[in-house]
Design a protein around this ligand. Structure first.
Ligand SMILES: Cc1cc2nc3c(=O)[nH]c(=O)nc-3n(C[C@H](O)[C@H](O)[C@H](O)COP(=O)(O)OP(=O)(O)OC[C@H]3O[C@@H](n4cnc5c(N)ncnc54)[C@H](O)[C@@H]3O)c2cc1C
Length: 293
């Protein structure tokens, strides 16, 4: 997929750790870091671009994608009436789909995790939330102190009291992504994503590096996400080997741990097992993947 992905990648030159007032704490040059591991690189993607590349490739390889197909149950054959060696997925309209292997990846609020564990198991709030915003870089280019963040693409982390901020360029320099991490002030029993208040958000970053204040001044609307984690599970798969789990449903981590990277590493481990399964039909080959948990 390198060719298709490379068309959408933004290539940051370095990552900087900055104090909340803007002075550099440490810095890593991506070109020299990648040079130590030939064939590796540091790329940033807009999520929609990454998803569309993955979707196109999956369809090219013969995947059939169905939308509006909410899974409400998974039955392992020994527990169902079909009597074959596989699993049956039940959709909310009642339709049942039989398959050799179920890979559940239904996100942080996973229904399948609870089905696998046979008990309620909601995500655990961490006490932090994230404001996420995308700015148009055309506004930033008009201000010389912000223009450099676009013309010299870089990943910057500002670390401050009770908060931090991360940003980088996306979409070939057209968009600027910012994630701001602060204490969670959302109602405990309410939704985990809400429209945020731009004025409140700016207040949390008053007195920070003037570039942060200017960037937040360009923001017109924002959403905030409660940050949750998932506790460890004894196993990520059903003992039959016909059903396994992947992604935030079983190993959600916080943005501070570079969750995308964690998922990517785990995905590689899973892909290796899946490859052997498809070649040999030995479904239990998936079981070692669980041991990572
Ligand atoms: C604020 C915030 C910022 C983040 N920033 C980054 C970042 O910059 N980079 C990065 O790499 N990661 C980031 N992450 C983490 C990243 O979003 C997740 O790790 C990733 O999306 C997990 O992918 P997933 O496929 O496991 O779950 P999801 O992306 O949540 O996908 C789950 C899918 O399952 C579907 N679904 C749910 N229930 C059912 C059901 N019962 N039946 C059928 N389908 C169902 C959902 O509709 C959804 O399409 C961030 C997370 C948060 C909260």
């Amino acid at each position: 997929m390198l060719d298709s992905l490379s068309r959408y990648a933004t290539r940051p030159k370095c990552v900087n750790m900055l104090s909340w007032k803007g002075s550099i704490i440490s810095s890593l040059d991506f070109a020299s870091s990648a040079a130590q591991y030939p064939g590796t690189f540091y790329w940033d993607f807009h999520r929609a671009d990454l998803h569309s590349c993955l979707l196109r490739r999956a369809v090219e390889l013969g995947a059939v994608v169905r939308c509006k197909a909410r899974v409400v149950d998974v039955k392992i054959d020994s527990e169902s009436t079909k009597g074959e060696d596989g699993a049956t997925v039940v959709l909310d309209g009642g339709e049942q789909i039989w398959c050799d292997l179920v890979v559940g990846a239904d996100g942080i609020n996973s229904r399948l995790r609870e089905l696998l564990l046979k008990k309620p198991d909601p995500p655990i709030p961490t006490g932090d939330l994230a404001y996420r915003l995308l700015l148009s870089t055309s506004d930033m280019l008009e201000d010389p102190s912000l223009a450099e963040l676009v013309t010299n693409p870089q990943v910057n982390y500002w670390l401050g009291p009770d908060a931090h901020a991360v940003n980088y360029v996306l979409k070939g320099g057209k968009l600027f992504n910012m994630v701001l991490l602060v204490p969670d002030d959302m109602p405990a029993d309410g939704a985990s994503t809400l429209e945020g208040n731009v004025v409140e958000m700016r207040k949390l970053y008053e007195g920070w590096d003037p570039r942060i204040e200017k960037l937040l001044g360009l923001c017109e609307s924002v959403y905030k996400w409660r940050l949750c984690i998932r506790g460890p599970m004894e196993s990520w798969s059903h003992e039959s080997g016909a059903w396994t789990m992947l992604g935030d449903a079983v190993h959600a981590t916080l943005p501070y741990l570079a969750s995308g990277w964690v998922l990517f590493t785990l995905w590689f481990s899973f892909r290796r097992s899946l490859f052997v399964y498809f070649r040999t039909g030995t479904r239990h080959i998936l079981l070692p993947y669980l041991k990572i948990s």
